[in-house]
Design a binder for this molecule. Structure first.
Ligand SMILES: Cc1cc2nc3c(=O)[nH]c(=O)nc-3n(C[C@H](O)[C@H](O)[C@H](O)COP(=O)(O)OP(=O)(O)OC[C@H]3O[C@@H](n4cnc5c(N)ncnc54)[C@H](O)[C@@H]3O)c2cc1C
Length: 342
């Protein structure tokens, strides 16, 4: 690749962040092959340029101007690496759309990913926060991740354990800037079981014959529920849930339940429960609130929005106000889910 001639100076990222902020990258480059990652990182490091990596921008809050080099991850390709009676291994490029991969797997009768339908973003970003929805996390299907280690300037293949996946977390999120993911290898087992215990899905299928609950039926159910509940970034800028659901000790939940009997919580493990962050925010009266050019969605308090002219500064000020109010009222800290670029 002739790197300098592929650099896009003063490149607008407005179409590449789902908040729809007007953002300009000092230089951007489309990465369509794995080897270009090493070249781009070496180029930036040689010139002491900062660099950052962007998938489709559905989980980032970007400032008005991004200095240095922004790698736009566009590596395509879904390959069947191997298949036997136990399952199939897929090798997927970082730039493939996550939802397109889910559709592809179901089309080839490889179920497993259906609960994760319609999550925006690229395959390469899926391991970063271990995307999850409707009772399933992507970590259960990741076999390994192939990434360029920008610290050692070497290629690495990390197995599932090495990726240190946790709730909305991973080795990659813990070490921002260190790994650029080129390929994700998935293992989808042949043995399939419907996972519909999550309240919305359970409700959707209540009264159905168990045999009618197919992977396609779950896919359709998830798409229908999500479309109804979450705002479409094409209509109004957003990054989905702006805060993680806080995990608290069971003793804290008991204390909160005495004061707020209708509090929404789910068991996490023997000693912990997960609180619905949306409920906490809603109780503080933020749902539907407009603060200058940004706001809180009127149907889902967990989603902060940019109706058109907002920017990162305004959105983060609103997020801070929400965090402070929830902390004062419930004694619970809300952690921001998207990655804040500076
Ligand atoms: C409407 C809506 C609903 C959502 N629902 C969910 C949900 O149900 N569950 C959920 O988990 N998330 C959800 N999200 C968040 C988002 O879809 C996911 O986090 C997604 O994986 C982000 O993908 P992306 O390509 O847009 O990543 P980006 O936003 O571009 O990047 C996110 C982070 O990953 C890094 N990154 C991206 N690609 C790579 C790469 N190849 N190598 C190294 N680092 C990389 C970036 O540097 C950044 O730190 C939702 C978002 C929206 C807008």
């Amino acid at each position: 690749m002739n790197l300098p001639s592929n650099l896009l100076p003063a490149h607008s990222l407005r179409q590449r962040n789902t908040l729809g902020f007007a953002v300009e990258a000092e230089f951007a480059i489309h990465i369509t092959e794995a080897k270009q990652i090493a070249e781009a990182i070496a180029y930036a490091k040689d010139r002491d340029m900062p660099y950052q990596v962007l998938g489709s921008g559905s989980n980032v809050v970007l400032p008005d101007a991004l200095s240095g080099l922004t790698l736009l991850m566009d590596i395509a390709g879904i390959e069947i690496a191997s298949e036997d009676a136990h399952g199939v291994k897929l090798r997927v490029g970082a730039g493939v759309s996550w939802h397109e991969l889910v559709i592809w797997t179901l089309g080839y009768s490889y179920p497993g990913l259906e609960n994760l339908a319609l999550i925006p973003g690229t395959v390469g970003a899926a391991p970063i926060q271990n995307i999850g929805a409707y009772g399933v996390e992507v970590k259960d299907y990741i076999d390994s991740v192939e990434a360029f280690d920008c610290q050692t300037m070497q290629w690495v293949t990390l197995d599932r354990a090495q990726c240190q996946f946790a709730y909305r977390h991973s080795l990659f999120k813990a070490n921002p800037q260190r790994y650029v993911i080129a390929t994700v290898n998935f293992f989808l087992p042949k043995q399939w079981q419907a996972r519909i215990s999550y309240a919305d899905l359970h409700g959707y299928f209540s009264g159905n014959e168990h045999s009618s609950i197919t992977p396609h039926a779950i896919f359709n159910a998830v798409c229908a529920i999500r479309t109804q509940k979450l705002p479409d970034p094409k209509q109004i800028g957003n990054v989905g849930s702006f805060f993680q659901n806080p995990i608290v000790e069971n003793s804290k939940l008991t204390e909160l339940k005495q004061r707020y009997p209708s509090i929404v919580a789910y068991p996490e493990d023997a000693n912990h429960s997960k609180l619905a962050a949306g409920w906490l925010i809603d109780q503080c009266g933020f749902k539907g609130l407009r603060a200058g050019n940004v706001g809180v969605h009127d149907k889902q308090a967990l989603v902060l929005t940019n109706p058109g002219k907002g920017n990162a500064k305004e959105l983060l000020a609103l997020a801070e106000q929400i965090q402070e109010t929830v902390r004062n009222r419930f004694g619970v800290d809300l952690v921001i889910e998207p990655i804040i670029f500076s």
